[in-house]
Design a protein around this ligand. Sequence first.
Ligand SMILES: NC(=O)c1ccc[n+]([C@@H]2O[C@H](COP(=O)([O-])OP(=O)(O)OC[C@H]3O[C@@H](n4cnc5c(N)ncnc54)[C@H](OP(=O)(O)O)[C@@H]3O)[C@@H](O)[C@H]2O)c1
Length: 322
Amino acid sequence: MNILLLGGTRFVGRHIAEAALQRGHAVTTFTRGNNPLPDTLSLVGDRKKGDLKALEGRTWDAVVDVNAYLPREVREAIEVLKGRVGSYAFISTVSVYQESSEPLHETSPLLLASDPMAEEVTGETYGGLKVLCELEVEQAFGERSFTVRPHLVVGPHDPTDRFTYWLRRFAGGGSVLVPGKPEHTLQFVDARDLGEFVVLGLEKGLSGPYNGASTPVSWGSLVEACQRVIPNPAEAVWADEQWLLDNRVTPWTDLPAWVPSFAPGRGIGQTQNARAQAAGFTMRPLLQTVQELLAWDATRSEPLKAGISRERELELIKRWPG
Ligand SMILES: NC(=O)c1ccc[n+]([C@@H]2O[C@H](COP(=O)([O-])OP(=O)(O)OC[C@H]3O[C@@H](n4cnc5c(N)ncnc54)[C@H](OP(=O)(O)O)[C@@H]3O)[C@@H](O)[C@H]2O)c1
């Protein structure tokens, strides 16, 4: 296939591009041109400014819209591409779902954007605006629209460091503050598994929404995987969830990927992947995700962009009455 990616050179899109190349497809990326990928055709324009001229006069079998956050951005791309792409895949997010204590399915209720015309993407507007983006694609492409809703995406080139936080902490030795109990779970999706599924979906002509999420794994197995592959790894200090909250440790941001097991929104940690699995989505072993992410992280020297500071973590560990 001849595949166009809107975006495609940073993280989520980059792994879709790599999966497409590996499966023998031709890849075009449309970006501002900061980081062109080898073996692809790089078209340059600025989507935020509505500069889509480089897309004119060409055709593709499919487009994967990776980097749209506003319905206006999707509408503008559709205007240029309608009639010139076979199918339209949209990279959405599990943040489109309303908060729920129940496991999330593709049919779970979606958020309503409070301001459909909002131009600023914040924690509050992100999910609702993505719902509207999905709708734009569905309305224009019908059966030829394919939506993937990823969970926390994990892997090499992750610019957010959220999962990387845990690996870096365990690699640093000493003690690491871990939320709850070993049997509590967390959820994410390996970026390579996600990339392969998106490309598979294009090949198979999948339509409609699919959650892109691993089956939840236990915090105990994440700790074990880190301790297996890291020489002289840190010890885990398992801190009670309520105690963490009482000490103003913020779920998800201070301790990345942590959704308290009793939180009203805990359903996001039980996002169902049966529909994607039935369509061919597969997951690599956790140990492989950990090993490969560690190898990539070892090539970098940047400080972590996610999680609490080491100083605060050590202070909490000292105070934990455990
Ligand atoms: N990370 C997660 O955990 C997670 C979870 C759920 C959903 N998602 C979804 O994943 C997607 C983002 O992934 P990503 O950023 O890693 O994707 P990506 O496609 O790999 O990277 C973003 C791309 O957008 C290009 N770009 C940025 N601004 C642009 C502009 N104004 N005009 C044209 N191109 C522009 C960048 O290249 P240039 O800099 O060269 O322009 C880059 O290629 C989003 O849809 C997000 O909602 C992510």
